[in-house]
Ligand binder design. Structure first.
Ligand code: HEC
Length: 197
């Protein structure tokens, strides 16, 4: 009976759920049930500078190490100077058990990066347009959580946040944008109002 179980586990260990575990001698598999809800903070790469970044915020701690694609594991949860593209984040605990998640670092044009920042703030949690149009909130039919939704609404964003037509956004009693921030929207619109501008 015991032998049969061992054979089963060895067979399974070739599968995707167990291949990450280094421990081969004991039962039960110490990686069984290891599952991390990997959380991270991301900044996109702007222009051609390959300056995207990923900071893993969970799991953290001195028993956890991190790997991006096939690079070496590191103890720091911060990866910087990233080119736009798809990445695989691997986290590993002290028993050698791993979990992974996929993430895409986007490429923003420099003008769009400034507009995105003023609308959504750092990490999409602040900026002038939160909370009313962010984190799932919809007002006036507009939510700006995705880049596509911002790009598609370029004309209304300019009308409301720059020109104040018919009234200014953010709506009173909130302050309107500074003139410098309005100019960032105007510059982006004039450049072609794409994500790559
Ligand atoms: C305090 C809440 C609040 C904030 C902050 C806010 N809005 Fe709004 N927004 C609303 C409400 C309420 C409506 C619907 C009423 C209206 O259109 O005036 C609306 C509607 C809109 C619309 C759709 C109507 C149209 O004219 O096309 C756009 C576009 C818009 N907002 C853009 C923005 C932008 C851009 C920002 C940030 C610079 C912003 N809003 C900040 C509350 C807010």
């Amino acid at each position: 009976m015991r032998k049969k179980m061992a054979i089963t586990v060895l067979f399974l260990s070739g599968g995707m759920y167990f291949q990450a575990c280094n421990k081969k001698d004991a039962l039960p598999n110490p990686c069984l049930g290891v599952s991390y809800d990997i959380q991270y903070f991301k900044t996109e790469s702007v222009g051609s500078s390959n300056n995207g970044s990923l900071t893993i915020t969970s799991p953290v701690g001195d028993t956890i190490s991190y790997q991006l694609n096939s690079a070496a594991f590191q103890s720091s949860p911060i990866f910087s100077n990233l080119a736009p593209g798809d990445y695989r984040i691997i986290v590993k605990n002290q028993k050698g058990c791993t979990d992974t998640t996929q993430v895409t670092v986007f490429n923003y044009g420099p003008k769009y990066a400034q507009v995105k920042q003023l609308i959504a703030g750092t990490g999409g949690i602040g900026g002038y347009c939160g909370p009313c149009h962010l984190n799932g909130a919809i007002n006036g039919g507009k939510n700006f959580d995705t880049d596509a939704s911002i790009v598609a609404s370029w004309d209304r964003i300019k009308a409301r946040a720059v020109d104040g037509l018919p009234t200014f956004m953010p709506e009173a009693p909130n302050s309107p944008l500074t003139l410098a921030d309005r100019q960032k929207i105007t510059d982006w619109v004039n450049a072609g109002h794409r994500q790559s501008d």
